[in-house]
Design a protein around this ligand. Structure first.
Ligand SMILES: NC(=O)c1ccc[n+]([C@@H]2O[C@H](COP(=O)([O-])OP(=O)(O)OC[C@H]3O[C@@H](n4cnc5c(N)ncnc54)[C@H](OP(=O)(O)O)[C@@H]3O)[C@@H](O)[C@H]2O)c1
Length: 184
């Protein structure tokens, strides 16, 4: 294999298509955390590698020549592992990432937070229905501060465990449009 793409984003999908079009021997890797996956262009593999050591073994065994980290900006562990494994093996590593929303003109009016706990507290301080779009896994961070609030949790897969009575799960998958979000 010439190129391993660490995927899970639309940028990774677009890159995989380019690789297919250009005849590059590339494989896209997915974490396998969501159940409803659209087929990707080209070859894929699914599931964690088992940390940095597992990724190093995979890259070595498959004689990968270059690694592309096209994971989501919030996928911090995979990004760290990719950097460590590439450095260990002396492999070229490309980071493919969408531009930050901070570059948008209206971003100055937004509340910026450091993590999910801070986001949950900030959302709890504002009245009205909360549209929660962080995905399934971080939902536990939002349960205590928003337990008594009306919350629409939009996720690809339903969160684990019981949710407070005023919470509704909306199972849906992006990309989403402004028009589709206005009713919330
Ligand atoms: N976090 C988000 O908001 C978000 C949004 C959209 C898409 N995604 C995509 O969802 C996936 C998981 O996100 P996350 O936030 O759970 O990431 P993470 O915290 O960085 O990853 C957790 C673990 O999942 C495995 N993993 C993650 N991405 C992988 C990939 N592309 N191929 C194989 N294994 C992978 C790795 O397991 P091992 O240590 O066992 O190798 C990693 O240590 C990523 O691929 C990301 O691009 C995430």
């Amino acid at each position: 294999m010439d190129v391993l793409i660490l995927g899970g984003t639309r940028h990774a999908r677009a890159l995989a298509q380019r690789m297919v079009d250009d005849g590059v021997d590339a494989v896209t890797s997915l974490a396998g955390v969501t159940s409803s996956r659209r087929p990707l262009p080209g070859a894929t593999r699914v599931g964690g590698f088992g940390g940095v050591d597992g990724l190093v073994d995979f890259l070595r065994e498959n004689q990968v020549k270059a690694l592309v980290n096209a994971t989501h900006p919030f996928a911090g562990s995979m990004t760290t592992h990719a950097a460590s494994a590439a450095a260990h093996l002396g492999l070229p590593l490309l980071r493919l990432q969408a531009p930050s929303w901070r570059t948008l003109p209206e971003s100055g009016e937004w509340t910026w937070v450091a993590d999910h706990d801070e986001a949950a507290r900030a959302a709890a301080a504002v009245p009205g229905t909360v549209l929660l779009t962080v995905g399934r896994q971080p939902v536990p961070h939002y349960l205590p501060p928003l337990a008594d609030r009306t919350v629409i949790a939009r996720c690809i897969d339903a969160p684990d465990g019981p949710l407070p009575p005023r919470w509704t799960v909306l199972r849906d998958k992006g990309p989403f449009t402004l028009e589709s979000e206005k009713p919330f």
